[in-house]
Design a protein around this ligand. Structure first.
Ligand SMILES: Cc1cc2nc3c(=O)[nH]c(=O)nc-3n(C[C@H](O)[C@H](O)[C@H](O)COP(=O)(O)OP(=O)(O)OC[C@H]3O[C@@H](n4cnc5c(N)ncnc54)[C@H](O)[C@@H]3O)c2cc1C
Ligand code: HEM
Length: 491
């Protein structure tokens, strides 16, 4: 089982991957493939201290983006391309939020695979694709047989995870020739891995198992050159994740304990759950958290914040129990006040761009309305009053579980318009549109003066993005909930 050359390397001191971990166990940040000594670093310069964007930054020391900040003059009222008057800002543009600007770490100074090396990686991937399940199983066998202590980091049932971790490894390696595209995704992933108990020194171990699995199954395309390409790709991937985790460690815990303080049923399968964290939890409207419940240890799922940050620090989530869903079922049907769950750090880039002058066009499907409600609250409290149109979709009128709240917000804010949409053929009130949200958007005119936001099930996010492009919003002005998979431009 462990007979291939790459596997024989395992356990030797000459690791293929030299992850920059110092003898103290602390990470020597940004030193790439070269092993560094403790004296070389450990100071994290703030952004700008190195004189370029490659410097390290901590959220607290970030300068205000040019042109923003409290001193900025509020623009006068304007008329939009849809003919409606945009109100004069009531409050100055908000200061950058602590959660801003920590999305991506700078590229680490490690070798990036060349175009020829990416081609070798592609060839390996093409060869193993038909036997992907066997490669994945072998990878995890190597990982857990050689490093039994790592098994405790993973959930008891590994089916979903097997697919996600290994698939992410392969997909990111394929894109390693364009690391700028990777940094945002991998920075979030690296930060998120802190809650699993992942440590910097685990990365080389995992990399050796990746090589071992590839070498065993890529009979025709594996070669010294292919191995070099994979080593470069994995070193880059893991370095970005390690760096992001190290920066995050300076500013936030790996996870938070959170007590359920209220649990309200909104419908037969949807609950509004309010949590109090044990330590301050900084996030932005439009982002999401990850939750581990006491009933399914080490099983984590994402849930969006259903409100902007509150002065009392409480966090509200909307959870819909999916059929046979482990975590959602437990949160909706089992959780009650007094229960304690664990939260990972905030993630996601579907935040309001307060530097934009455009209106906001938001598409929310099902519980995807939760982050949009949070964004409305943020705009109401801090932002300039911009036109804000929400298309709120569900299969039936009954499933528009938060329509009353949305109507209330609409009544309070003249700049907000809420358009409920339900699937074809459902009996509805006259005020409710019928059809699929993307189709309704396409039939609603041109929205080029707006920024687009989409949140909901993955299928709706994909079709929603297409619809927003079709109505005149360029890709770079569209923000959406994370798809639970890797999606890169150009794929
Ligand atoms: C960025 C992001 C934000 C999210 N925010 C929210 C939120 O605010 N509220 C919320 O309720 N959920 C949200 N989700 C979905 C959530 O993370 C879980 O995927 C969902 O709760 C199901 O998890 P589970 O453990 O209960 O189901 P699992 O045990 O993972 O799945 C059980 C079965 O249900 C199927 N299934 C999984 N999801 C769905 C679905 N949506 N509809 C139908 N069948 C499904 C699976 O294929 C499987 O067969 C979000 C997801 C992402 C990626
Ligand atoms: C140091 C080595 C690593 C360890 C110990 C580790 C461990 C884990 C654990 C315990 C989980 C959660 C399992 C679950 O939710 O079911 C997870 C999830 C995941 N891992 Fe890793 N991982 C490592 C490196 C990597 C790398 C290098 C990548 C890819 C580039 C990766 C990609 C993922 C992805 C995509 C998920 C899915 C959930 C999420 O987004 O957090 N991991 N990993």
């Amino acid at each position: 089982m462990h007979g291939t050359p790459a596997e024989k390397r395992l356990g030797t001191t000459a690791h293929t991957f030299v992850t920059p971990v110092c003898r103290t166990g602390r990470i020597c940040k940004g030193r790439g493939q070269r092993m560094t000594t403790m004296s070389e670093d450990h100071d994290i310069p703030t952004r700008g201290s190195s004189g370029d964007e490659g410097g390290w930054f901590a959220a607290s020391a970030r300068p205000s983006p040019a042109g923003s900040g409290a001193a900025r003059t509020a623009p006068a009222a304007q008329t939009t391309d849809s003919g409606r008057t945009r109100e004069r800002p009531l409050t100055p543009t908000p200061e950058p939020h602590p959660a801003d600007g920590v999305e991506a770490v700078p590229l680490p100074p490690v070798a990036v695979p060349s175009a020829a090396e990416i081609e070798l990686i592609q060839q390996t991937l093409a060869e193993i694709e038909p036997v992907a399940n066997a490669v994945t199983s072998h990878f995890y066998s190597l990982l857990f047989v050689r490093n039994p202590q790592l098994r405790d980091l993973f959930p008891a049932a590994m089916d979903t995870q097997r697919d996600r971790l290994f698939r992410a490894l392969l997909t990111t390696a394929r894109h390693a020739g364009n690391p700028a595209v990777l940094t945002s995704y991998l920075s979030g992933l690296g930060r998120g891995h802190r809650k699993y108990g992942t440590r910097a020194e685990y990365y080389p171990v995992l990399g050796e198992c990746l090589l071992g699995a590839l070498e065993r199954f890529a009979h025709f395309t594996w070669s010294p050159a292919a191995e070099t390409a994979w080593v470069k790709a994995y070193t880059l991937i893991s370095q970005i994740m390690i760096d992001a985790a190290a920066v995050d460690e300076q500013r936030a815990p790996a996870s938070w304990q959170a007590e359920v303080v209220s649990h309200e049923r909104r419908s037969s399968d949807t609950a509004v759950i309010t949590l109090r964290t044990d330590q301050p939890y900084a996030f932005r409207a439009g982002q999401y958290t990850s939750i581990e419940t006491p009933w399914w240890p080490r099983v984590w799922r994402h849930y969006s914040f259903a409100g902007a940050p509150r002065s009392d620090g409480l966090i509200t989530l909307h959870v819909k129990a999916v059929p046979a869903g482990w975590v959602s079922g437990a949160l909706v049907n089992r959780a009650q006040p007094g229960d304690v769950v664990r939260l990972g750090g905030p993630a996601g880039t579907m935040t309001v761009n307060h530097r934009s002058e455009n209106g906001l066009l938001c598409l929310g499907g099902g519980t995807g309305i939760a982050p949009i409600k949070a964004m409305i609250e943020e705009v109401a409290e801090y932002g300039r009053r911009r036109l804000f149109d929400v298309f709120y979709g569900a299969r039936s009128a009954h499933e528009l579980y938060d329509l009353e709240t949305m109507r209330q917000l609409e009544a309070e804010h003249s700049w907000l318009s809420v358009h409920p949409v339900v699937g074809d053929g459902c009996p509805v009130r006259a005020s409710v549109l019928t059809g699929q949200v993307p189709d309704v958007i396409r039939g609603s005119g041109h929205w080029s003066g707006h920024d687009g936001y989409v949140s909901g099930p993955p299928g709706m996010i994909r079709s929603g993005i297409d619809a927003l492009r079709d109505v005149g919003i360029p890709q770079e002005r569209i923000r959406h909930d994370a798809l639970d998979e890797l999606a890169f431009a150009g794929d």
